[in-house]
Design a binder for this molecule. Sequence first.
Ligand code: PEP
Length: 255
Amino acid sequence: MKKERKLIIAGNWKMNKTVAEALDLVRGLRIELGHIKEADIVICPPFTALPAVSQAIMNSTLRLGAQNMSENNFGAYTGEIAAGMLKEFLVRYVILGHSERRQYQKETDALISKKALAAHAAALKPIVCVGELLSEREAGQTETVLRAQLSGSLAGLTPGQMEETIVAYEPVWAIGTGKTATAAQAQEAHAFIRGQLRKLFNDAVARRARIQYGGSVKPSNARELMGQEDVDGALVGGASLDDRSFSDIIRNSVS
Ligand code: PEP
């Protein structure tokens, strides 16, 4: 059955790839994927490679994303990157609140909501990450954690902004571990998240907002995950660093 929401598959390169390596990878991706229209494909290189990757995907269907941004506009914020700087390189998406930033940079839901509002003010689409730790899942707290992360990280967004926001459900125990949530576990969490969007916003938002799954997505599990009713795409880490595996994930997802 064809879904009413368009799939969105993003590759998060994290702190990997020099400019030369990024160009090598993106040239391969452009050949493999640069014509695909059935899914929105977003490449999120490190900041230093954004200008080169931006040039390399010009006039293709590939889109550019950043891995983070400041909640502030231009000004005295040493080491930060403003949305306006990302726009210079035709960045359209920005990952916010990735679990690695929640863990290592101590990013809070309140900060993530400020960043999401700043992203929308600059017409960037945020990809807001949520997900429970293994200890939280084992303690039966998955829904409590997701409920708090969603209401905190999406606070202040208008329904219109929420429709243009992507939620990435990334169970922390599945990120970079090779352990994928089963399709049933992913669907259950995504359905819960959609229900929360209905409560926090409205039914139309819940029907239209896209929810990605992230956590050890690979060519062999992409089709089953993407086949779930409430799974509208993937946020891919490790497997996005290789043009063959990222391309295979996308081909298996759209076919
Ligand atoms: C991620 O970091 O967003 C991620 C899902 O990583 P991986 O695919 O490597 O688990």
